[in-house]
Design a protein around this ligand. Structure first.
Ligand code: HSE
Length: 358
């Protein structure tokens, strides 16, 4: 049976949840999908690094609190994350990158992805930074090295948006994409509808674990801006940068705005969209929009997310599901690993072309 050796970069919520999935579902995956997974290296800023060529025993690591007591006392462990050494030097097949998103320059995740691809390793990442800022160059690098670069978790966590577009909607012409892509802001809008004021709704979203400690990127639209860049580039073949996507957040909306909209049969939503113009350029934006209640995105409530693809033969096709969460995002990595496995059976030329034009 095929076995993939993994290096986990970042051992916070997402990669710990992936490790848990491997522990709990490893046998099931082997039976159903025909491959086994083994973690041979972990690098984490807080815990350090751990390398075991014969496979790391994950259960004791998962029983400990994140970052504690660190890997230094374990065989093959060090207090130093040794990230480049782990990625480039430790023999493995797939690097699972799940460090924090840096929207300014994508680092350090961008370097993590580059090192892995240059070392001939497949990469799966949940990190929006490298994908939004350098997706095309990374795909080219992956193709040059004959490996996969998968990033399903960069948009809507494990809800299959990118793969739906690439695989299930193949053969359709997609002229635009629009979606509710931030659970925090969608939850807050729902609470404004309930009459709760904005600061209180933000506090609730933080207490429920939806919003970041600093919710600025959530409520001001910058989180969605990165996701729009990714969708426009990956699905519409655009070459957008962050600044090409105009952004307006929800911070100025009030319960009174919600009531006025409801009286007119409308619901305010924070919508991220990208639409092909006649001349082939793309109009991309993030803004609050008062949608008619019968619009496919209007009924998406609470922290749920949804993305609609506008297609020529089917009209709007909408995918809805969670947009965040440790386990949900870890599933995105697992789905990327499955995609990498399935691509091994595809002729090399087709893989190269999908990587370049994908
Ligand atoms: N904080 C985001 C949200 C998830 O609330 O949807 C990560 O992009």
């Amino acid at each position: 049976m095929t076995r993939y050796d993994l290096a986990l970069i970042g051992f916070g919520g997402v990669n710990r949840a992936l490790a848990q999935l491997i522990v709990e579902r490893g046998d099931e995956l082997a039976t159903e999908l025909g491959f086994a997974l083994r973690v041979v290296a972990i690098s984490d800023l807080r815990a350090g690094s751990l390398v075991r060529g014969d496979g790391i025993d994950l259960a004791p690591l998962l029983a400990a609190k994140p970052g504690e007591p660190g890997f230094a006392g374990l065989p093959g462990g060090s207090a130093d994350p040794r990230t480049e050494q782990v990625i480039s030097g430790v023999p493995c097949d797939i690097v699972a990158e799940a460090t924090f998103t840096n929207p300014a320059d994508g680092e350090p995740a961008l370097s993590h992805v580059r090192w892995a691809l240059e070392a001939g390793k497949h990469v799966c990442t949940t990190n929006k930074g490298p994908v939004a800022l350098h997706g095309r160059a990374l795909r080219r690098l992956a193709a040059e090295h004959g490996v996969g670069f998968e990033c399903e978790g960069s948009v809507l966590s494990g809800t299959p948006v990118l793969r739906t577009a690439r695989r299930l909607l193949a053969g359709l012409r997609i002229s635009g994409v629009e979606g509710i892509m931030n659970g925090t802001s969608n939850y807050i809008l729902g609470r404004l509808e309930d009459g709760v004021d904005f600061p209180e709704a933000v506090k609730e979203a933080q207490a429920l674990g939806y919003a970041e400690a600093d919710p600025t990127a959530d409520v001001e639209g910058f989180d969605v801006q990165l996701k729009v860049v990714i969708l426009a580039n990956e699905v519409l073949g655009a070459g957008l940068r962050r600044d090409d996507v105009s952004v307006r957040g929800i911070a100025r909306l009030t319960p009174a705005d919600m009531r006025d909209a409801a009286a007119r049969g409308l619901r305010w939503k924070l919508v991220g969209s990208a639409a092909l113009r006649e001349d082939g350029t793309v109009d991309a934006r993030v803004a609050p929009v008062a949608l008619p209640v019968e619009h496919p995105l209007a009924c998406v409530s609470g922290p749920a997310n949804a993305v609609s693809f506008h297609t020529d033969l089917l009209g709007a096709v909408t995918v809805s599901g969670p947009g965040a969460g440790r386990v949900e995002t870890a599933y995105a990595l697992l789905s990327d690993i499955i995609a990498i496995h399935q691509r091994q059976a595809v002729p090399a030329r087709a893989v190269l072309e999908e990587s370049l034009h994908g």
